[in-house]
Structures are given as structure tokens and as C-alpha cells.
Design a protein around this ligand. Structure first.
Ligand code: ATP
Ligand code: MG
Length: 584
């Protein structure tokens, strides 16, 4: 795809594995708790919240800031590790006091407020299961998740409760406790004030001996390809969060870290809460939504060392050009990473130019619980590539035969399904209530990701597209990403989504939906210029036959372009599950 290579000087900053020999390191990686300098519970077992919070207090680092919460006009509140330990103890005691115990589900419907973090970690301490939801969900997706997850507790705000949950209460007999953050007065029957309950609870708590295989988290997938699934995760996942935070995000103790993911998505938990705290970083928490000037301001003012964001935000920053970031001092930024969607090569090259350092793409899924493939700090970047598998992860490219076997693809650059050898700690242990759907994700020891990719001769993985989105045109199999990447290299293009459209001759023809940068007119001249650009780079077969301008593209709340929706609308078919659609 891109012939550019962004070279890095080796920085042997990690005492972890030898990254020089990937395949050997990946296969023989030792996930031992002690080896990773974690501790395990004093009485045996392992608990995510203990590793994330209490271990630091026991190690004499309780005074360090764990959470720094920003409001519109500056720092709103801070919690040290010791303070967070006390608050999460209170939460765990509060749960016990209202009769909520191990394995029971505690849901949150909150924005990025401190109580979200206290709820997540306090729930884990109690041995209960944490399940976050996007606060922007409407009533139906909320009801469906609370019901499927068997929620006993919901932590939310009075406003969100009144607008989205109150009317559903009768349909949710299992939901016993609704705990309200902030002013609970007048919120109605069947709710209680979280602050009042917390005030009655003690701030010392002994974590029950949760085992590595105890259920800890329930995460719903983004619903990009269909009905969202509830992926079950266990306490042992913390080992993965630790290793991947160190290796794929280059996080070190004491770093200031900012993850912009919404708390309702798996990234918001794995890397918005757990990984940085387990490593001992200071988390920046911004309650506001995307605003380019504000974001650059936060990177400067908060002296952010490591920043983790998503392609959709990066594309919005790119859209606004190079002059804006030049007004800010970003010299403190050491590492920037991106996840959630393919990161176009253009975005990596732009960030190197405009921000002075490249974005490091990494790939994973709700099901994998943590980062699987990444561009490491010390690794040369091939812009447009997802990088290489992490230590402890064995990845491969394979095809599923008609009789249901896996045929591995060994030759470089040949595309197939990305599969992962089972057994890493943060792997999902099931889709809640959907045994059959879970079973279908595996052939023998191998987990089928549902994404197509290829591996080049240097061992770098390249995303091709979701298996469902791949286009068959005139006998060729084409991944939408390859076509979109070329459009993104055109100066007028801000966003692009590509679909296959049934055609009697070619099987499918390629159609591109394009949103433009400010200052460009969607006229016939630009249409023809874009077609010519695509033909020149891609050749006549792979270049789209049709281009349609759109003000913006439909996305999930986790920022993914919903190609299946573009296609359904184009063909006049039913839209399917749109519960996670952001900009309906
Ligand atoms: P659903 O499974 O409900 O359709 P989803 O797959 O979008 O939704 P997530 O688990 O949030 O739900 O997203 C994982 C998917 O996101 C991956 O399977 C992949 O398609 C895409 N993805 C994540 N990171 C990257 C990346 N770096 N490059 C390309 N695609 C990525
Ligand atoms: Mg998926």
C-alpha cells in the first residue's frame, strides 16, 4: 500500500520480552503474575481492581494522582491512588449493604465522570460484574442490554434515568437498584442517591478471593455488522491489559495518559480504566465531546505523555489542517496510538508531519479483550499496517474450507481471515446467553476474527476489511479499506466508505461514498477528478464505478463507518439493527 517507512531508533525500554524474534517470543510467552510484576491477591486469586488500585497503595505510591477529571474550564477534581482505593472500597461495601454479591451485574449509564471509575473498580472489588453502556443510547438498546445482562444494579444520572429508563422499569423486574449520581432529589420512586449510600459505607474493604476465571466484565460489541453481542471477560484479563499497555501503548509508571474512547465501548474499560491504572499512570478524563482546539489544548496543558484515540477523531483533526496543531506545544507527547478502524496511511503520514510523531495503529476486538496486533514503540512503521502480533499472541491468515477446516495461508501478501490461537488471558469466555454464536467463532484451537487481512514478507499485518464487507467484482476479491485508503490520499477527501453493489455483469461493482473537507464543492468536476485519481492509483478494475458525495457517513458510537448501512440504504433493503448508530 504505502512505500513510506517511518523509521524508529530502537529504544530498549522494556524489561519484558525480546521483541527481536517475534514468532518465538509470541509462542513461548509466559503470562505468570509474578513475572509480569503484578502481585495477585494477598489470600490467593487475582482481581483486576486490586492490581489497578490497591497494589500501588501497598507499594507506597498511594500519593500519586490516579485520575484527573477536567471540566469545561480546567481541572474539576483529582483522585490519588489512595483516594481511589478508599472510594472503591466504599462502593464495594455499599454493594454488600444493598445485598449485591459476587457474579451479579452492575451496569453504568454515565458519561466520563469520576463515579464511572469508582463504579467500575468498586464493582470488580466486590467480585461483581461491571457492564458499561454508552450514555447516548436510546431507551431500546438500553432495555435490551439490561435485560440480556440480567442487570441488578444500574448507576446513572437523574436526567438519563428520567429520559431513558424510568418508563422501562416495569419490563425489567431483575433491576432492583437504580443508583443516581448527583442530585437525586425528585428522580422518582425506585431510585436512590449513590452519594447518600456511599456516605454510610466504610472505606476499608477486604477483596474476596476472586479467581482468574471469575467473570469480571460484560462488554457489548459495537454492532457494526449486526446485532451486538455481550462478550464475557474474566479477572485474568488484567495480565493482558498490563502487557499490552506496556508494549503496545508504551505506558510507563508515572506517565500522563489520555484515552479518548467513550466509556461505553470496550476500549473505554480496557485502556480507559484498567491498563493505565495497573501500570501506575495518571489518567486524564475529559467529560466533553470532541473539539479540536480543546483537544490540542488538553495535550499541551496536561502534559500528556501517551495518547490513545481513534481514526474517526484523527480524520476530524486532519480535516482542519496543519496550522491549528502548530499553535500548541505538543513536545511532551511521546507516543500516540489509534484503534477501532483501519488507520489510513495518510493519517500516519499527516501526524508525522503535523504533530511531529506518527500514530501507531493497533488492532483488537471486544472479543479479544485487549490489543492483539500493534505497531510497537521501537518498531519501524509501515503506514497503513496494523503492525505485528503481541508477545503471547499467535496470529495467522487462514481460509475456512467448505467442510469447515482451516487452511493456513503461508505465502506473503495473500489475503484470508485473521485467526488467533486461543489461550490468551483476556480472550472472551462466551457471548452471554448465546452459546451457539460463541461456538461458531472457533475451529479447533483457533479463534476466527471475522476480519480479512494479509501478512507481508516482513511479518506486518494489513487489514483488508470485514469478511462481510468484502467485494467480489469481475472475479476479484477487494477489501474496502484498500480503496478507501486511496481516496483518503486525495486532498479534498475527509471520509470515505466503499461498498459492493450487485451488478449483472461484474457480480458487484464498487461504489464509494465520500465526505469532503471544508472548502471543497461536491460538483461534477471534483467527481471526475476523484474518479481519475482512483483509476490512476487502483487500476480500472478496482477503482469505483460510482462515487456519491455525502455530508457525512453513518457511524457507530464507537466511531466505525457502517458500510452495511450504506449498502442497505443504497439497495433499499431493511437497515437491520441500528441501535448503536451515532448520527441517525
Ligand atoms: P460487531 O462485532 O457487533 O459487528 P464490531 O466488530 O465493530 O461490532 P468491536 O469489537 O468494537 O465491534 O470492533 C472490533 C472490530 O473493529 C474489528 O473486528 C475490526 O473490524 C475493527 N478494527 C479494530 N481495530 C482496527 C484496526 N486497527 N484496523 C482495522 N480495523 C480495526
Ligand atoms: Mg465484531
Amino acid at each position: 500500500m504505502a512505500d513510506t517507512l517511518i523509521r524508529k531508533s530502537a529504544r530498549g525500554s522494556l524489561a519484558l520480552p525480546n521483541l527481536a524474534d517475534y514468532s518465538a517470543t509470541c509462542a513461548s510467552f509466559n503470562w505468570g503474575v509474578e513475572r509480569l510484576a503484578l502481585r495477585g491477591l494477598p489470600g490467593g486469586g487475582i482481581n483486576i481492581a486490586f492490581e489497578a488500585v490497591d497494589r500501588h497503595v501497598q507499594n507506597g505510591r498511594g500519593g500519586q494522582v490516579a485520575l484527573r477529571c477536567l471540566s469545561r474550564d480546567g481541572v474539576a477534581s483529582e483522585f490519588t491512588y489512595a483516594g481511589l482505593a478508599a472510594e472503591t472500597n466504599r462502593f464495594a461495601n455499599m454493594l454488600a449493604a444493598i445485598g449485591v454479591g459476587r457474579g451479579e451485574r452492575v451496569f453504568s449509564l454515565l458519561g466520563r465522570v469520576p463515579q464511572l471509575y469508582v463504579t467500575a473498580l468498586g464493582t470488580l472489588k466486590a467480585g461483581a460484574v461491571f457492564c458499561p453502556m454508552f450514555s447516548a443510547f436510546g431507551p431500546e438498546p438500553i432495555r435490551a442490554r439490561l435485560e440480556l445482562g440480567g442487570a441488578r444494579v444500574l448507576v446513572t444520572t437523574p436526567q438519563l434515568y428520567q429520559r431513558k429508563v424510568a418508563a422501562l422499569r416495569e419490563q425489567l423486574p431483575k433491576l432492583e437498584h437504580v443508583l443516581l449520581v448527583g442530585d437525586a432529589a425528585g428522580a422518582g420512586i425506585g431510585t436512590r442517591s449513590l452519594a447518600t449510600l456511599m456516605a454510610k459505607a466504610s472505606d476499608s474493604f477486604e477483596i474476596p478471593p476472586t479467581g482468574g476465571e471469575d467473570m469480571a466484565l460484560l462488554h457489548f460489541t459495537s454492532g457494526t455488522t449486526g446485532r451486538p453481542k455481550g462478550a464475557v471477560h474474566v479477572h485474568a484479563a488484567v495480565l493482558q491489559h498490563y502487557v499490552t499497555g506496556r508494549l503496545a501503548l508504551d505506558l510507563h509508571p508515572g506517565d500522563v495518559f489520555w484515552c479518548t474512547a467513550d466509556p461505553g465501548w470496550v476500549t473505554g474499560t480496557s485502556y480507559g480504566i484498567i491498563a493505565p491504572l495497573v501500570i501506575g499512570a495518571t489518567l486524564i478524563i475529559d467529560a466533553e465531546e470532541f473539539d479540536a482546539e480543546r483537544w490540542y489544548g488538553i495535550l499541551q496543558e496536561q502534559k500528556v505523555d501517551v495518547w490513545y484515540t481513534a481514526p474517526t477523531a484523527i480524520r476530524m483533526l486532519m480535516r482542519l489542517g496543519d496550522e491549528l496543531p502548530a499553535r500548541f506545544d505538543l513536545s511532551r507527547l511521546r507516543f500516540m496510538a489509534s484503534v477501532g478502524e483501519p488507520l489510513n496511511s495518510e493519517a500516519v503520514i499527516w501526524s508525522q508531519r503535523a504533530l511531529g510523531r506518527p500514530f501507531h495503529d493497533n488492532w483488537w476486538q471486544t472479543e479479544t479483550g485487549g490489543i492483539m496486533i500493534a505497531n510497537f514503540a521501537a518498531m519501524d512503521i509501515k503506514p497503513g499496517s496494523m503492525g505485528k502480533p503481541l508477545p503471547g499472541i499467535e496470529a495467522a491468515i487462514a481460509n475456512v474450507t467448505r467442510d469447515g477446516r482451516l487452511e493456513f495461508v503461508d505465502s506473503p501478501d495473500e489475503q484470508g481471515q485473521l485467526v488467533l490461537k486461543s489461550g490468551w488471558p483476556s480472550m472472551f469466555r462466551g457471548y452471554l446467553g448465546e452459546e451457539e454464536r460463541y461456538r461458531k467463532c472457533f475451529i479447533g484451537d483457533w479463534y476466527l476474527s471475522g476480519d480479512l487481512a494479509r501478512r507481508d514478507a516482513d511479518g506486518y499485518y494489513w487489514f483488508v476489511g470485514r469478511a462481510d464487507d468484502v467485494i467480489k467484482t469481475s472475479g476479484h476479491l477487494i477489501g474496502p479499506f484498500e480503496v478507501e485508503d486511496v481516496f483518503m490520499q486525495h486532498p479534498a477527501v475527509a471520509e470515505c466508505g466503499v461498498i459492493g453493489k450487485p451488478d449483472p455483469v461484474a457480480g458487484e461493482i464498487i461504489k464509494a461514498f465520500v465526505a469532503l473537507k471544508p472548502g471543497f464543492e461536491p460538483d461534477a468536476a471534483l467527481h471526475d477528478a476523484l474518479l481519475a485519481h482512483a483509476r490512476k492509483r487502483l487500476g480500472a478494475v478496482v477503482a469505483p464505478k460510482e462515487i456519491e458525495f455525502a455530508p457525512s457517513l453513518p457511524k457507530t458510537r464507537s466511531g466505525k463507518i457502517m458500510r452495511r448501512l450504506l449498502k442497505a440504504r443504497e439497495l433499499g433493503l431493511p437497515e437491520g439493527d441500528t441501535s448503536t448508530l451515532e448520527n441517525a
